[in-house]
Design a protein around this ligand. Structure first.
Ligand code: ZN
Length: 181
């Protein structure tokens, strides 16, 4: 098992449409385990493969409550089959968009279809946080971040801050590798 580096916005790799998983093999199962480990280490509740620079349609999630045992979910090739007209607004954050939390309006109920690691297809309906998380993660597979659902102004403010932080981090790195006199 390994903790994988998480891509941070803005990054062109986060805007790509991922391809469907076709091989349900050991490599896929290992990727799923590494993604879960990476998600837990980052205190996240969901993680999509493109966030760890793998352009494949797979996401992991764990929405267990504080007093409940872990409940890891692995969803391969997930898709929304049906979404309610009724919407819900929740504050969202993202491991690829550090320290930004904004309210996003989405369908309150979705029917989703996905495969498990053995390639078996499942269909289920979900609501509440689960419905929001599914939609947020499936968006990643289509190169969409939650900030893309916000007003242009709010999105630009967040992205500009991240650009600035990346620039500062790069400068910090340069400084540390420069030999001291
Ligand atoms: Zn995310």
């Amino acid at each position: 098992m390994a903790i994988l580096p998480i891509l941070k916005a803005p990054d062109p790799r986060l805007t790509k449409v991922s391809r469907p998983v076709e091989q349900f093999d050991r490599t896929l199962a290992e990727l799923a385990q590494n993604m879960l480990e990476t998600m837990y280490a980052a205190n996240g509740i969901g993680l999509a493969a493109p966030q760890v620079d793998v352009q494949q349609r797979m996401v992991v999630m764990d929405l267990h409550g504080e007093d409940e045992p872990p409940n890891p979910q692995i969803l391969v090739n997930p898709e929304v089959l049906d979404a309610s007209a009724e919407t819900v607004t929740m504050s969202e954050g993202c491991l690829s968009v550090p320290e930004a939390y904004e309210e996003v309006e989405r369908p309150a109920r979705v029917t989703v279809r996905y495969q498990d690691l053995d390639g078996v297809t499942h269909t289920r309906e979900c609501t509440g946080l689960e419905a929001v998380c599914w939609q947020h993660e499936i968006d990643h597979l289509d190169g969409v971040l939650f900030v893309d659902h916000l007003t242009r102004l709010t999105r630009d403010r967040i992205i500009q801050r991240l650009v600035k932080e990346k620039r500062l981090a790069r400068r910090g790195r340069d400084r540390t590798i420069r030999p001291a006199a």
